[in-house]
Design a binder for this molecule. Structure first.
Ligand SMILES: Nc1ncnc2c1ncn2[C@@H]1O[C@H](COP(=O)(O)OP(=O)(O)O)[C@@H](O)[C@H]1O
Ligand SMILES: [Mg+2]
Length: 298
């Protein structure tokens, strides 16, 4: 499959895969591809950042390589690691009493690529894919600054150096998508390497469209009312505001109960699909009738 040629093309191909992106996202993707720059996508949890990268890989017909970041992530989990048990086994199988030359050969063998555990970043750099892969570095805000500094270096020269083997340079640059939920600010230096795109919570019409695309089992009226309900919740002072994932769960839950419209009882009984903190449930509970009424008018 040939890659998308225009911004409109990207937007419609995302939609074909049930991802409702807007023109500005399609523009950012287009430019990132064109300029071969990483795309840095920031936004609250559940606004569709990870999904955007996954769908992009499909659109490009490329392999998705995903690195999920977490606190304490290190190079052994992100780049490569030696397969220690296999190395040991290999040495054992060589047997006792081998001479010095054999030992030197064995040593060279066990530090060859055969004994390398390739983690996502090495995998993305050392690829021979027909189409360059999409490298998703997900939730970078969870990693620490040391890891960020390493990434900065990696993204500037797309090479990895392994002391025992040498330097491996990308023969083709992957399409890099970095996401952040903004639990902390990511360093300017890293952002400077990238094109930046902020994904906001969708407005009502867009969220209705997303529900229709992703939870088609929800009747049209239900889709709209649930989306409007969540829009209402987002205006409240909550500990954790629901994202699009929660809207979808809620619509699916109500559809599973056979509902085609919302009412106060149904909403009260199923609120746990959207609100995951007791304090938030309490805060919303007394306002349910008003919220439902407002959602039905939207
Ligand atoms: N614009 C969108 N179009 C289609 N589905 C979406 C959209 N935005 C969010 N979703 C859905 O919402 C859920 C959460 O999205 P996700 O990408 O995991 O959020 P994030 O990575 O921003 O936390 C997924 O099931 C995704 O399919
Ligand atoms: Mg995500």
């Amino acid at each position: 499959m040939s890659g998308p040629q225009t911004i409109e093309d990207i937007e419609s191909r995302l939609r074909e895969r049930r991802y409702i992106g807007d023109r500005s996202l399609a523009t950012s993707i287009f430019l990132a591809l064109k300029l071969q720059k990483p795309l840095f996508i920031e936004g609250e949890a559940g606004v569709g950042k990870t999904e955007a990268a996954k769908v992009m890989a499909e659109v490009l017909g490329a392999r998705l390589i995903r690195l999920q970041c977490y606190e304490g992530i290190d190079l052994a989990h992100a780049v490569y690691e030696w397969n220690y048990p296999r190395q040991l086994l290999h040495i054992r199988l060589m047997g006792e009493g081998t001479n010095k030359t054999d030992r030197l050969v064995a040593e060279r063998e066990i530090f060859s690529s055969e004994f390398l555990l390739r983690r996502p970043l090495l995998d993305a750099i050392d690829n021979d894919d027909a189409t360059p892969p999409v490298l998703l570095i997900d939730e970078i805000d969870r990693s620490d600054e040391e890891f960020e500094a390493f990434l900065l270096e990696l993204l500037s020269d797309f090479q990895v150096s392994i002391p025992e083997i040498g330097t491996i340079k990308a023969r083709q640059v992957p399409f890099v998508v970095i996401t952040s939920n903004r639990t902390r600010e990511v360093h300017d230096a890293l952002k400077r390497r990238c094109l930046y795109h902020w994904i906001d919570y969708p407005d009502l019409d867009k969220e209705v469209e997303i529900v229709r695309a992703r939870a088609p089992e929800a009747a049209d009226g239900l889709a709209r009312e649930v989306a409007a309900l969540v829009q209402g919740l987002r205006g409240m002072d909550l500990y954790k505001v629901p994202g699009v994932a929660e809207t979808l769960d809620w619509a699916r839950s109500l559809a599973a109960l056979g509902a085609t419209r919302i009412d106060a009882n149904l909403v009260s009984a199923t609120m746990g699909a959207a609100l995951k903190y007791q304090e938030d449930l309490e805060r919303v509970r007394e306002q349910v009738p008003a919220l439902v009424e407002k959602a039905q008018r939207a």
